[in-house]
Design a protein around this ligand. Sequence first.
Ligand code: BDR
Ligand code: CA
Length: 311
Amino acid sequence: MEDIILDCDPGHDDAIALILAIYSAKINLLGVTTSAGNQKHSQTLRNAMSLLTLMHQQSIPIASGNRTPLFRDLISGISVHGVTGLDGTDLPTPNFPSQSIPATELMAKIITKNPNKVTIVVTGPCTNLALFLAVHPELKGSIKRLIIFGGGMGVGNCDPTTEFNFKADPEAAKIVINAGIPLVLAPLNVGLEAQLFTEDRHAIHRIKNPVAQAVAGLTDFYGLSFDSHWNLEGLPLYDPCTIAWLIDPSQFSSKNCHVTVETKGELTAGESIIDYYQITHQKPNAEVLFHVNRDWFAKLIIDAVKSFSQK
Ligand code: BDR
Ligand code: CA
């Protein structure tokens, strides 16, 4: 059983990561923290609360994160995620309160109560985690591990070589990656392989429960942003790679690499520098995921969505 905190910015693929975390018997979701990313902080909080309401998971504590990245203005995720951050479906109005403490303090509370047991999963910009490490340096050694969706080796989705989560808050990503906490990094390379094919999306459309119907609408909207330039057979679901890896790491292939983040480049701020061939001779600080068993991944998502018929 993996105890986790999910730090997310829903976001279509964040939403599916959250659904996967609730579904899996291998994951124990102790708390959700939300970041400013795909939408502003108040909207990503609302979106996560709507999803928890939809899944009848109101007892999971949820707290809002910082309004902005550490030193920059928020960049917009509207072109991919729409004006609500979760366009494509109508989610229920949240029917429970969020925590009155900020994300950093909810993280601190959970880590203090469960030392060395909790994996922090980050599927948005790393702002909340960087702030947590600054405010609570004494708890750094009590985090079991981090798994982060972000960066890319030679690929980007914001600029030619930058990925959205790292581009949105490069300084935070750099702090977190270099913090010395056991780290698994899921970059765009693996995310681009984690695809739903058309037949998988049809299968989800055929499942008649409210979670499946929401996922069907969400994936239809999200699919609009991947035009022919992407040259992909299916629809890549980035953020769920993190939870999928926790569920069964044997379905992924990876390499230990030294990773850092460029923060100053005119064209490359937010680029992850993944030293695949150990050119710098620096000790690897991350297990970087490069490939995933696509058929297994798609079945996992479909099974997760189906499971809500019995709930
Ligand atoms: C990442 O950026 C966001 O748009 C997605 O939710 C994902 O976390 C992909 O680059
Ligand atoms: Ca995200």
